[in-house]
Ligand binder design. Structure first.
Ligand SMILES: Nc1ncnc2c1ncn2[C@@H]1O[C@H](COP(=O)(O)OP(=O)(O)OP(=O)(O)O)[C@@H](O)[C@H]1O
Length: 799
């Protein structure tokens, strides 16, 4: 019998479905076990991240600056790279290229680069790559506006990170800040408020600090903030990384020591040209480092015309200066181009060209003052970016040039020294200010603030003609318009800048003019002008500004979800981002970016733009209002008192009221100016002055006439005497009648007519003489009153 397919038998195949199910059960059981095991083995996210970070950190040492073009070329975390990409930052700027790698390697980096070169990201990227528990990073900026800006960028680029970041900007909400400041990993702040928390907030400490960043370090380390910064630094751990960023100004070696910088790499990013305001420091530093050499420093003739305080041309003409320079082994001669041609100075080590030569030929002549005959010598040309055209000319002339980078560590910044010299010496200061004289050169093409600094002037003088020039189109402009040339002369002070400054100034003024307690405080500080007044003033202003901000924010309240939140915002005008408390409890390390007060910077900005604050509306200040303001301040002018010949003390300035009518108004202390009364008083004063003046003139006339009469009388006496002598002579020559010539006698008529005298009758011609006299005699106008004439006559009669 045959087997059916269904019948079970010993050789029957197992049911595939059942066996699959059995296999599946077994396999999934194993898989579950594996999964469970895997789960057990899995590390927390933060641990994984740390591991990744340490892998990245191993790559830091391999960073090669020359190979960096994009942020992704650095060994950065995914979160930072994502943030950078989302903010459209891909390629690095020069300062970022030069500093980020060094900072990641843990070096202290003082970085100097011009404004707008991307310094903010240069320090924020390393900040974001610093993993931290507690307060790990402090970013200090000198001004409130800067802290805002920095915080905005930090918020944008670091949004994928889990740190908490906070911005404290001062104001009266110290307590509110104090409650939250401890939960911050990255703190952006201004120095004054930070120190206040260090002093007053018991729970606040920075013992775990890993990185200190000073933005605009030059200003933070300035004398005005020196005490505050020293106190802050005392509260920070010594073992930390420090990044300092500054625009154009050098950071002195002393300051670097103050911050106890170690393992420092100075980064100086410039276009390999000298900055205008550095020129003088470069020259000074060069000379200090070549004290045993003989150098000639060439200034352009223009510089000589500017009278830098030493008569350069004159000295060049003087042979003894020439001889002395030749004789000395080490000396510096300041020279103009006159010396560049022809004069032979043996053994000059350096020909230094402080001002760019007019052309390649002048360069060659100047450089030719060194390396004469078989001697060695070197030539150095200090070039500004605006003078780079000369490089091309020199290359054309086949002059070999080598670019030298200034080593900032060896550069002595004498800016402050220059400024203090000028502060002490008014004459020197005036000379420096005169350097802006338009006769000398085209000041409109100057970078004014930089040029002022290079002359030691902290503030550029007011250049009226330049402002006028900006208002009126120049000839060139008119011509260029006629020729449809679109590039007019570009004055360096734009109207926008002037307007910007004016708005800023008005705002500051309006803050000062506010009434109430605060104003009194401000006045007090102004009068006392304490040494750290600058900082206090800044913080006080900050408080005022913050009040304004609060007002602006108050008006924003309706757009907020509920009133309690709105109240919160109103109460806390500063941005203070910290971690959410609930979240903090749940996961201590995982702290999200969270804007507690729901404050939107953009909204804030547009709000400020849309709603011009009272202060930004330009107020027309009348002279009367200004005078009142000055009166309220109770300033007292200096007195100038001189001593007359008679020993009487006379007050010259301020002029005293001399009129007899010293009105009772003086006692009228109503606090304002009564214009009508003041006018009346001035008129009376004027009348009194005129009378006094007239009297003085009359007295002078009288004196003059008396003198004239005296002189005439003396002349008459002399003539009478001469006549006597003549008569004597005639008597004596009586014997010799033939020798007498009557024509030698004086013509008495002539004599008389020339005199308006009423003297005695002298002989037979007296009648004629009298007639002649009366014919020509005009009635005498003494210019005096009748009484005075009488007095004069009496005086004459008496004498
Ligand atoms: N790598 C980059 N790619 C594109 N834009 C950048 C980059 N770095 C910075 N910027 C932009 O350049 C501008 C200037 O940058 P930043 O404010 O950092 O300059 P700064 O040197 O700090 O200037 P200041 O001294 O005036 O503060 C900013 O608008 C910034 O967004």
């Amino acid at each position: 019998m045959g087997k059916t397919a269904d019948s079970p038998g010993s050789g029957a195949r197992p049911d595939p479905v059942r066996s699959f199910n059995r296999w599946k059960k077994k396999h999934s059981h194993g898989q579950n076990k594996k999964n469970q095991l895997r789960k057990q083995l899995k590390k927390p996210e933060w641990q994984v991240e740390r591991k990744g970070n340490s892998r990245l950190m191993q790559n830091y040492e391999k960073i090669n600056v020359n190979e960096i073009t994009r942020f992704s070329d650095f060994s950065l975390s995914k979160k930072t790279l994502k943030g950078l990409q989302e903010a459209q930052y891909r390629l690095v700027t020069e300062i970022q290229k030069q500093t980020i790698g060094l900072a990641l390697q843990g070096r202290d980096v003082p970085g100097v680069a011009k404004t707008g070169s991307g310094k903010t990201l240069a320090f924020l990227v390393p900040v974001l790559e610093t993993s931290t528990d507690g307060l790990g990073v402090l970013i200090i900026s000198p001004m409130r506006e800067l802290t805002y800006q920095t915080f905005e960028v930090l918020q944008k680029v670091g949004k994928n990170h889990d740190f908490s970041a906070g911005l404290i900007i001062g104001g009266k909400y110290l307590k509110h800040e104090a409650e939250r400041i401890n939960n911050i990993n990255i703190l952006v702040c201004a120095p004054g408020r930070l120190l206040q928390h260090m002093d007053e907030t018991v729970s606040f400490h920075a013992t775990a600090l890993l990185m200190l960043v000073l933005d605009e370090a030059y200003r933070i380390l300035d004398v005005g903030l020196a005490d505050t910064m020293n106190a802050i630094i005392e509260n920070l751990p010594k073992k930390r990384q420090t990044l300092l960023f500054s625009a154009t100004q050098t950071i002195s070696v002393k300051d670097l020591a103050r911050l106890s910088l170690k393992n420092t790499e100075y980064v100086w990013v410039h276009e390999k040209f000298c900055e205008q305001q550095q020129k003088i420091s470069v020259l000074y530093s060069f000379l200090r480092r070549h004290l045993k050499k003989k150098s000639i420093v060439f200034f352009s003739s223009l510089f000589c015309q500017l009278r830098p305080g030493i008569s350069i041309l004159q000295q060049m003409r003087r042979m003894e200066v020439y001889n002395e320079f030749v004789r000395k082994r080490a000396a510096v001669l300041f020279a103009s181009d006159v010396a560049a041609r022809g004069l032979d100075f043996p053994a000059v080590n350096w020909a230094l060209q402080f001002d760019c030569p007019e052309d390649a030929n002048t360069y060659i002549h100047r450089a030719g003052r060194t390396a004469r005959y078989k001697e060695d010598g070197e030539a150095l040309l200090i070039l500004l970016a605006s003078e780079k055209a000369i490089v091309q000319q020199l290359l054309q002339k086949k002059v070999p040039i080598k670019e030298i980078k200034i080593n900032p560590e060896k550069l002595t910044d004498i800016q402050k020294k220059l400024e203090s010299f000028l502060a002490e010496d008014q004459d020197l200061k005036e000379r420096a200010q005169r350097c802006f004289d338009k006769e000398v050169f085209d000041v409109s093409k100057l970078p004014i603030p930089e040029y002022a600094l290079s002359l030691g002037l902290a503030v550029a003088p007011c250049i009226r003609f330049l402002q006028k020039m900006q208002k009126q189109p120049t000839k060139e402009l008119v011509m260029s318009q006629a020729n449809k040339v679109t590039e007019p002369r570009a004055p360096s002070l734009t109207n926008d800048k002037v307007e910007e400054f004016r708005a800023f100034f008005n705002e500051k003024m309006s803050i000062l003019q506010k009434g109430g307690k605060r104003l009194k405080g401000t006045e007090h500080r102004l009068a006392n002008d304490t040494s750290d007044g600058e900082q206090e003033e800044e913080e006080d202003n900050e408080e005022e500004m913050e009040e304004k901000l609060a007002k602006a924010k108050g008006s924003q309240a309706p757009s907020l979800p509920n009133t309690s939140e709105a109240k919160k915002i109103k109460e806390v005008p500063m941005q203070f981002l910290d971690r959410d408390e609930e979240e903090e409890d749940a996961d201590f390390l995982k702290v999200k970016w969270h804007n507690v007060f729901g404050f939107d910077f953009k909204e804030e900005k547009t709000l400020q733009k849309k709603e011009p604050s009272k202060s930004s509306i330009k107020k027309k200040v009348t002279k009367v209002a200004e005078a009142k303001k000055v009166m309220k301040r109770n300033f007292k002018a200096n007195k100038k008192i001189t001593c007359t010949d008679e020993g009487e003390l006379v007050q010259q300035w301020p002029q005293m009221q001399k009129s007899a009518i010293k009105d009772a108004e003086e006692d009228d202390d109503t606090g304002g100016i009564n214009l009508d009364k003041a006018k009346g008083r001035l008129q009376k004063e004027d009348k009194f002055d005129k009378e006094e003046y007239r009297k003085k003139i009359k007295a002078k006339h009288l004196e003059k006439r008396l003198k004239e009469r005296e002189a005439r009388r003396e002349a008459n006496t002399r003539q009478a005497k001469a006549k006597d002598e003549e008569e004597d002579f005639l008597d004596w020559s009586d014997d010799d009648d033939d020798g007498f010539d009557p024509s030698t006698l004086l013509d008495p008529g002539k004599y008389r007519s020339s005199e308006d005298s009423d003297m005695e009758d002298v002989g037979p011609t007296s009648h004629n003489r009298k007639k002649a006299t009366w014919d020509t005699l005009e009635p005498l106008d003494t210019g005096l009153s009748l009484a005075e004439d009488e007095e004069l006559v009496l005086h004459l009669l008496r004498s």
